[in-house]
Structures are given as C-alpha cells and as structure tokens.
Design a protein around this ligand. Structure first.
Ligand code: HEM
Length: 135
C-alpha cells in the first residue's frame, strides 16, 4: 500500500507545446508576432503589401501556426511550402533576419515566457536561418 503523503513530489515538466499554450496560445502568439513585424520599420515593407489581402494574411498565419505547432511537438501538420521556396527571391538580409528574431523575443518576453521556452523558440528560428537568408 503506497502512502501518498510520503511520495516525493513529481516534477511536472510541461512540453514546449504546453508552455506555448497549445493551439490557442500559438495562434495568439502568431497574431502578436505578425503585428510586431508590421510595426517594425526594418521589415515592415516586406509585410505591408499583404495587408490589402486579408485572405492571404489568414493563410500565411495558418501556415505559421502549423509550422510552430509542429516545431513545438504538437499534433499539427505543416501544409505550407518549405522555407527555401517561401523566402526564395526575397534576398532577406542579416538585419531583416535579426529584426524578425527581435520581434519573436519581444513577444515571448511580453508573455513572460520562461528561459527554456525562449531558448527553444529562438533555436527553432535559428535552425532555419540558412534557408531564409539571401536565398
Ligand atoms: C526567423 C525565421 C523565419 C521563419 C521560421 C519563417 C517562416 C515562415 C513561414 C512558415 C511562412 C508561411 C509559409 C507559407 O505560407 O507557405 C513564411 C512566410 C513569409 N515570410 Fe518568413 N520566416 C522567417 C523569417 C522571415 C524574414 C526575416 C522575413 C522578411 C523580413 C520573412 C518574410 C516572409 C514573407 C514576406 C512571407 C509570406 C510569403 C508569401 O506567402 O508570399 N520571413 N515565413
């Protein structure tokens, strides 16, 4: 017979997907990041042309959510294009890439994400750097 009062506390380690708030949390995170990109003078010109096409923005956001969901270990399936095909021909610079990373980190900080969460999300963005910069 196990006396539960004497059992050591179980340390619950939430997955990245749980820490990001699951499907809903990720959708809200993506909304904030896209909003930050539109406000960020370094990359704003890249995103402004899309604002006249709400359907296109909704589709890009859906793909962002799926991309992040998969990266966070969620049940999503990514239905967008691969990173090279998406960013090919944009000739994205180091400064633009850093601006996007800054936006991501700012939103994580606004949401008081913990250190592990910030590290994991930033690494996810960093891991595709070579498929985005100057492709
Ligand atoms: C930091 C790492 C980045 C990741 C993980 C990323 C990821 C993505 C994803 C998942 C999509 C949607 C793909 C689709 O709809 O098929 C997308 C679209 C897009 N990204 Fe990125 N991106 C990154 C950085 C950047 C940067 C630095 C810029 C430019 C400053 C940029 C500009 C765009 C644009 C303009 C689109 C829309 C393309 C279109 O559908 O016409 N991205 N990105």
């Amino acid at each position: 017979m196990i006396d539960s009062a004497k059992q050591p506390a179980i340390i619950a380690t939430d997955t990245l997907y749980q820490r990001m708030g699951g499907e809903e949390g990720i959708a809200s995170f993506v909304d904030s990041v896209v909003e930050a990109h539109v406000m960020n003078p370094v990359i704003r010109p890249r995103f402004l042309p899309y604002l006249d096409s709400p359907d296109k923005v909704a589709l890009i956001k859906k793909h962002f959510c799926e991309f992040l969901g998969v990266g966070c270990g969620g049940p999503e399936t990514y239905s967008g294009r691969d990173m090279i095909s998406v960013h090919k021909g944009m000739n994205i610079s180091e400064a633009e890439y850093m601006a996007a990373i800054d936006d991501i980190l700012s939103v994580l900080e606004q949401r008081q994400a913990n250190e592990l969460t910030k590290q994991e999300i930033l690494y996810m963005a960093y891991s595709v750097k070579n498929q985005i910069l100057h492709v």
